[in-house]
Ligand binder design. Structure first.
Ligand code: NOJ
Length: 424
């Protein structure tokens, strides 16, 4: 470890500590546009021709049973409690609530009621996401997110959910990373519905923004005290050389990627939900990083990146909840150090006046990492996909100590010195 003076980093009172998941990634046995896409002829052909099937096997790319969290949520939340968490973010699966257009499934509603009740009984605050990407098949068949009717359909679903589940939920995250989903699905053509169509990209962006605004108003009508936001994935940008051209590139990239959504929805957010994974070095182009320390997906880990993103949110003057931050690290080699560095940054941002009120690590457990499938391991808890056994990783216990102490204390750092020193 560099000659860093050890000190306690204590967080504000009532800070939320926990982890996040999303329905399609952990529940298992969903039926939505993604599950259909995963098995589609085109997808399977693409996977085979790219050599990925040989590398990971076809099953890796099919969400299937996943971690079976739909049936094991009680066990999982009990474990979260044992790991010191006082908050959990999860998402409601639209295709379960409204499997047929306009028909709400009471069994699914009861399920999520019990999910929330379970969390409440454990004294864990639920942060509920309404849309974490997949859509019901009937909506896909009507044109999906680009349909001009989409905002109307979304609000109908959201309203129903908030009416039936809202009594015990204070925090609603209407949309998860809409900018990522629209970019991957409608500009780069990598995710369903695999379009590369700039007009559709703007259409979908417009629809999602409209859906968010309408939903915000509806939730406020039902519960004026509800706290509503989106989870926005922001990138920290730094310059290799401080030249005028590099500064302009950074300014444009930062505005386009980090602020378009947040500015457009400024009046419709009570808090900012920050998802954070990426650092981008600008050097007459983007992502000119050295990639010295990377996670299993090759994403560079930059110890101060979360701090930089938090500082960049200052102008909104709103409470911030870190709704996701984590890494794919199957061997759990870097997670402890990663959490340590990221949280030091959060602490510094708080000291400098950013109103950060919670940190939700991605993810509570290993899960289905979208087009990458199952091989990336983001979980504090390891999942054995054959036996469904849950096993907290060592870093989960490091994080538990932080949750319990409401901060990083010297004795914890001492205890985990070896893991932290490896990369410092
Ligand atoms: C953000 C997404 O919300 C989540 O679903 C995904 O697994 C993580 N990023 C990691 O890529």
């Amino acid at each position: 470890m560099q000659k860093e003076k050890l000190q306690d980093y204590i967080f504000p009172k009532n800070f939320y500590w926990g982890a996040a998941t999303a329905s399609h990634q952990v529940e298992g046995n969903n039926h939505n546009d993604w599950t259909e896409w995963e098995k589609s002829e085109k997808r399977v052909k693409d996977l085979k021709s790219s050599g990925l099937v040989n590398k990971h096997g076809l099953d890796n790319f099919v969400s299937g049973r996943s971690a079976d969290h739909y049936n094991k949520y009680k066990e999982d939340f009990k474990l979260a409690k044992e790991l010191g968490h006082n908050a959990t973010r999860f998402s409601i699966e639209w295709s379960r609530i409204e499997p047929e257009e306009g028909k709400f499934n009471q069994k699914a509603i009861d399920h999520y009621k019990d999910v929330i009740k379970t969390l409440k009984e454990l004294d864990i605050e639920p942060f509920v996401t309404l849309w974490h990407w997949p859509i019901p098949i009937w909506l896909r068949d009507k044109g999906g997110l680009k349909s001009s009717e989409m905002p109307k359909y979304f609000v109908r679903y959201a309203k129903k959910v908030v009416e039936v589940l809202g009594d015990d939920v204070k925090f609603w995250i209407v949309l998860n990373e809409p900018e990522v989903n629209t970019g991957m699905g409608y500009m780069l053509g990598i995710w369903p519905p695999q379009k590369k169509n700039i007009l559709q990209y703007f259409r979908v962006t417009y629809n999602l923004m409209k859906a968010h605004k309408l939903t915000y108003r509806e939730i406020k009508k039902i519960n004026p005290k509800a706290q509503i936001g989106i989870a926005k994935q922001n990138v920290s940008f730094s310059l290799k050389k401080n030249t005028p051209v590099n500064r302009i590139i950074r300014c444009l990239a930062n505005f386009y990627w980090n602020h378009v959504w947040l500015c457009s929805l400024k009046k419709y957010q009570d808090f900012i939900g920050l998802n954070h994974y990426f650092h981008c070095v600008v050097d007459y182009g983007l992502y000119k990083n050295d990639f010295k320390i990377v996670n299993d997906l090759g994403w560079e880990i930059w110890p101060t990146s979360l701090y930089e993103c938090l500082k960049d949110l200052e102008k909104y003057n709103k409470p911030v909840y870190i709704t996701e931050n984590g890494l794919a690290d199957a061997k759990d080699e870097k997670r402890t150090w990663f959490i340590y560095e990221m949280l030091k940054g959060v602490h510094k941002a708080i000291e400098e006046g950013i109103d950060v009120k919670g940190y939700l690590h991605w993810s509570l457990m290993d899960n289905f990492e979208w087009a990458e499938g199952y091989w990336p391991r983001f979980g504090l808890i390891e999942i054995d996909y054959d036996t469904l056994e849950r096993k907290p990783r060592k870093s989960a216990y490091f994080y538990r100590d932080i949750c319990i102490h409401n901060g990083i204390v010297v004795s914890t750092v001492d205890k985990y010195k070896k893991e932290i020193e490896k990369f410092s």
